[in-house]
Design a protein around this ligand. Structure first.
Ligand code: CMP
Length: 140
């Protein structure tokens, strides 16, 4: 089933010049880029995006990290896109991510893990609309 997911190439991976490599792995993995842009989130914008984690002990550190530099947010589309992209990313902790996965290749810690992907189709809809309006997403 064709589906969409939200990808964020995080500040660590942008700083490491890995944007093209990560989007390339997405394309090689069967996902199409339907929208993409680079933004630098404020702390408040990062807190809004990760509001579901606001009670977690790592919330302050995570939102500091996500606002420390630019990120590349993208809408990815493909068959079973949510699970497909999560498979390409590997486990949240790069130490547990399989060889050749985005987080194994570019992540350095459970927090600085190179990229984010939506965890369910409903979450993807909400996350996409946090960053993109309808006019910014191509139809093809
Ligand atoms: P992400 O997929 O963006 O979803 C929430 C993020 O919180 C996660 O990737 C990590 O960057 C971060 N995270 C999750 N668990 C931890 C943890 N135990 N300690 C620090 N950061 C975490």
């Amino acid at each position: 089933m064709t589906q969409r997911t939200l990808s964020i190439v995080k500040p660590d991976a942008v700083a490491a010049n890995a944007v093209g490599a990560i989007l390339g792995l997405c394309e090689e993995g069967g996902l199409r880029v339907m929208a993409t842009k680079m933004i630098h989130m404020s702390k408040a914008e990062a807190e809004g995006f990760y509001a579901v984690h606001s009670d977690k002990p790592f919330f302050g550190s995570l939102t500091d990290f996500m606002s420390e530099g630019p990120v590349v947010v993208s809408v990815l589309e493909g068959d079973n896109a949510v699970e497909r992209y999560r498979g390409l990313l590997g486990a949240t902790n790069p130490a547990d991510a399989p060889e050749g996965s985005v987080r194994q290749l570019f992540g350095t810690s459970i927090e600085r893990n190179a990229a984010h992907g939506s965890d369910a189709p409903e979450t993807a809809v909400a996350e996409i609309s946090y960053f993109f309006n309808a006019l910014e997403i191509v139809r093809r």
